[in-house]
Design a protein around this ligand. Structure first.
Ligand code: 6R9
Length: 656
C-alpha cells in the first residue's frame, strides 16, 4: 500500500491510528488501568513491580530522593541480579527451557538452556573470583555477540563486579580511555570476530589499547575465530582454559539494591565520553517491568529477538537483564543482516518462530532499500509484536514494517529511552494503545514526561519544546562515573529550579496530547525563525518514491540563520545519474515544500552512496554539517565505518 501512496506517509500529515485487535487486547500483559494505578500512588506501583524479582532482603524505603539528583531506589533491599536472571528459573523448574538460541555468522549454532546458563555463569564467576576480583572491582568486556559475552556480564553481576562493555568495533583508543576511566582490573575479549564472512582481529587491538595500562592485571581471551594472537605471558589467559575447569557450583551473594551493576559509556556534546552508571534493584525492576508490558512477553510461549549489540544499552537492558529476568527464550545472532544474504533475519525468524522482534529504524530503512521481495520469501507468521528504538521512526518506515514484516497486523512499539534512562520510558502499550506511526505517544505507567519551553512551562497541545522527565524513575542513571559535577551540569542544571531531568531531545504534543520525538535538540534547525526538525524534513524526503534514506542538517546561512542541506540515498532501482540531474533534485525540493511547506525546502540536496552512522545506527549529522559548511571533516572515530566520509566527500568533489 505504501508503494502506491508514499507521499501520504509524511510525518506532519500522519493521522492514521492503528487500534489493537480484540484478540490481542484480550490476552495482553498491559491493561489501560495501569496508568491510573500508577498515577494514584507511584511508589506503591513501583514496589509492586519490584515484586517481580527475588529479594534476599526486602527494602525499607521505595525511593530515597533526599540527596537528589542521586536517587536510591528500594533502599535497604538486597538481591543478586544474576540469581534473578538465571538460577531462580532453574529453581522454579524451568532448567530445560532454552534461554538462548545462538546463531553464529558462519551458520554454526548453540542452544543454551537455563540450566546450561547457570552452569556457565557459575563457572565464569568462580574463574573471576579465582583471579582475586572482589565486589566493586571493574571489568571491561569487549566481545562480539557470542554467548560468552552474556555469560561474562552475568558472572560479573553475580560477584558484584561492575562491568563496562565496550562495543566490539571500537578502536583501541576508545577502549583504552574507557579502561582507564573505570580503572578496570580485567579485560575480557576474543581472538577475533567474524564480520561479513571474514575473521577480523580483536585481541591484537586490545593489546594495542592496553599498552602501558596500569590498572589491567589480566586479559581473558575467548576463542572464536581461531586466528593467531599475540600473547603476553602472565597477563593473558584463555577463557576455555580458565573457565572450563572451574566448579559448576557457585553460591550467589546478595548485594545492596544500589550496588553498581555497570558503567556504559556514551558520547556527549564534548569530547570525553560519559560513563553512565547503573545500579541493581531499581534497574532490574524497570528492565523486567518494561520488557513484560511493552513487548507483551509471555515466558515459555514467545521467542524473542532484540537485534541490538551488547555494546550499547539496548543490548544490556533488552537482551541481558530484562528478558532473562522474565525467563525469555531468545535468539542471539552474531553477524550482520546481509551475511551471507539479505534475507538472513527473516530466515532466522522463520526457523526459530520468533514472535517478538525489536530493531532500529535505520535497519528497517535498509530492509526497505533491499526491497520487500526479500522478506516475502519467508514465513514470518510467528511475529506478533514489533519494536523500534534508537531514533524517531519515519511513518513511511513504520508502515513498511507493519505491512511487510508484521503482516499488516502486528502492533509496533516505538520505544523512546536513553542510555541514561536505563529502560524504556515512552512507548505505546500493545493491546492498549491505538498506535500512531511516528509517535512514541505516552510515558509508560509509573513514568512522567513533559514537553516544556525555555521557561520550563509545559507547552499546550500542538506545541513543541524540550522533553523533560519530572519524576525520578527506578532505572535512572545514578551518575557519571567519577564525575558528579558533570552529572549535575549535563542533566539537572537546565531546569534546576524545577528539578527536571533534561533529556536533550526536542518533542511536541499533537492535538491528542501524544508525544512526538523530534530528534536531539541540536538537530532542531532554525530557518528564518521557524523551528524545523531534521526528522520532519527527512520524513518528507523518504516519502518520495525515489528516496531510500535521507539525512538533513542545518548549515549556517547568512540570510536565514540556518539553511537546510539534505543528503539522500536513492532506491536501488533509480538510475543514479538520472536522479542526480537538476530536474530530479528540483522535484525533491518541491516535494518537501509540498509536504511541509516552502520554508522547509532544502537549500541543497546531495545524492550520496552512504550515510555516516555510529555503531548504534545513529546518523552523525555533525560530520554532514562539516561537509555542508565546507569544513574539514571532524573526528570520525565513533563511526561504524570510517571510510564512509571519504566516499561522500570524493563523490561530491568529483561532481558525480
Ligand atoms: C536506547 C537508545 C538515546 C537517544 C535519545 C533520542 C534517540 C532513542 C528513540 C529516539 C525518537 C525513539 N532515541 N529512541 N528518538 N524515538 N523511539 O537509543 O539509547 O544510544 O543513549 O540514545 O536516541 O535522541 O535521546 P542511546
Amino acid at each position: 500500500m505504501t508503494e502506491q501512496s508514499p507521499a501520504l506517509d509524511n510525518l506532519l500529515n500522519e493521522s492514521r491510528t492503528f487500534p489493537p485487535s480484540d484478540e490481542f487486547a484480550a490476552r495482553a500483559n498491559a491493561t489501560a488501568d495501569l496508568y491510573a494505578e500508577a498515577d494514584a500512588d507511584r511508589e506503591a506501583f513501583w514496589a509492586k513491580q519490584a515484586e517481580r524479582l527475588h529479594w534476599e532482603t526486602k527494602w525499607t524505603q521505595v525511593l530515597d530522593w533526599s540527596d537528589a539528583p542521586f536517587a536510591k531506589w528500594f533502599a535497604g533491599g538486597k538481591l543478586n541480579v544474576a540469581y534473578n536472571c538465571v538460577d531462580r528459573h532453574v529453581d522454579d523448574g524451568h532448567g530445560d527451557q532454552v534461554a538462548i538460541h545462538w546463531v553464529g555468522e558462519p551458520g554454526d549454532t548453540r542452544d543454551l538452556t537455563y540450566a546450561d546458563l547457570k552452569r556457565e555463569v557459575s563457572k565464569a564467576a568462580n574463574a573471576l573470583a579465582s583471579l582475586g576480583l572482589v565486589a566493586g572491582d571493574r571489568v571491561a568486556i569487549q566481545l562480539q555477540m557470542v554467548p560468552e559475552a552474556i555469560v561474562a556480564m552475568l558472572a560479573c553481576a553475580r560477584l558484584g563486579l561492575t562491568h563496562s562493555v565496550v562495543f566490539g568495533g571500537f578502536s583501541p583508543t576508545a577502549l583504552r580511555s574507557r579502561v582507564d576511566d573505570a580503572q578496570a582490573r580485567v579485560v575480557i575479549t576474543s581472538d577475533g570476530q567474524f564480520r561479513r564472512g571474514k575473521a577480523a582481529p580483536m585481541k591484537a587491538n586490545v593489546d594495542e589499547a592496553l599498552e602501558g595500562a596500569e590498572s589491567v592485571e589480566k586479559v581473558i581471551v575467548v576463542r572464536r575465530t581461531e586466528t593467531e594472537v599475540p600473547w603476553t605471558e602472565g597477563r593473558d589467559l584463555w577463557w576455555h582454559e580458565l573457565v572450563d575447569s572451574q566448579s559448576e557450583e557457585h553460591t550467589p551473594e546478595a548485594f545492596d539494591a544500589e550496588h553498581p551493576l555497570y558503567i556504559l559509556y556514551t558520547s556527549g556534546t564534548t569530547g570525553k565520553p560519559k560513563g553512565i552508571l547503573h545500579t541493581s534493584g531499581g534497574y532490574l525492576t524497570q528492565a523486567a517491568y518494561t520488557h513484560h508490558t511493552v513487548f507483551d512477553h509471555k515466558p515459555g510461549e514467545d521467542v524473542y529477538w532484540c537485534t541490538a549489540d551488547i555494546g550499547w544499552v539496548t543490548g544490556h537492558t533488552y537482551i541481558v537483564y530484562g528478558p532473562l529476568a522474565n525467563r525469555v527464550t531468545q535468539v542471539v545472532y552474531e553477524g550482520t543482516p546481509n551475511t551471507p544474504h539479505e534475507g538472513r533475519h527473516w530466515e532466522i525468524i522463520q526457523q526459530y518462530k520468533v514472535s517478538i522482534y525489536y530493531t532500529a529504524p535505520t535497519l528497517i530503512r535498509t530492509f526497505m532499500k533491499w526491497g520487500k521481495e526479500i522478506p516475502e520469501k519467508y514465513d514470518l507468521s510467528s511475529l506478533r509484536v514489533l519494536g523500534s528504538v534508537g531514533e524517531p521512526i519515519n511513518p513511511e518506515a513504520w508502515i513498511w514494517y507493519r505491512e511487510n514484516i508484521g503482516a499488516g497486523k502486528a502492533p509496533i512499539v516505538d520505544t523512546w529511552w536513553q542510555t541514561e534512562t536505563g529502560s524504556i520510558m515512552i512507548s505505546p502499550l500493545p493491546g492498549v494503545t491505538a498506535a500512531k506511526p511516528g509517535s512514541a505517544q505516552r510515558a509508560l505507567p509509573g513514568i512522567s514526561a513533559k514537553v516544556v519551553d525555555d521557561q520550563a512551562t509545559e507547552v499546550g497541545r500542538g506545541g513543541g519544546g524540550y522533553l523533560v522527565l519530572d519524576q525520578p524513575w527506578p532505572s535512572m542513571l545514578r551518575g557519571i562515573w567519577g564525575d558528579n559535577d558533570r552529572y549535575r551540569e549535563t542533566y539537572w542544571s537546565r531546569f534546576a529550579d524545577q528539578g527536571f531531568y533534561f533529556a536533550g531531545d526536542g518533542a511536541k504534543y499533537d492535538d491528542d496530547g501524544d508525544i512526538w520525538l523530534l530528534g536531539r535538540v541540536d538537530d532542531v534547525m532554525n530557518v528564518s525563525g521557524h523551528r524545523i526538525s531534521t526528522t520532519e524534513v527527512e520524513s518528507a524526503l523518504v516519502s518520495h518514491p525515489t528516496v531510500a534514506e535521507a539525512a538533513v542538517v542545518g548549515a549556517t546561512d547568512p540570510t536565514t540563520g540556518q539553511g537546510i542541506v539534505a543528503f539522500v540515498i536513492l532506491r536501488g532501482n533509480v538510475a543514479q545519474d538520472e536522479a542526480k540531474g537538476e530536474e530530479a533534485i528540483t522535484a525533491l525540493r518541491n516535494h518537501v515544500a509540498k509536504e511541509i511547506g516552502p520554508i522547509a525546502k532544502p537549500r541543497q540536496i546531495m545524492v550520496v552512496p552512504e550515510l555516516p552512522k555510529t555503531r548504534s545506527g545513529k546518523i552523525m549529522r555533525r560530520l554532514l554539517r562539516d561537509v555542508a559548511e565546507n569544513r574539514q571533516v571532524g573526528d570520525v572515530t565513533t563511526l561504524a565505518d570510517s571510510s564512509v566520509m571519504d566516499l561522500i566527500s570524493s563523490g561530491l568533489n568529483s561532481g558525480k
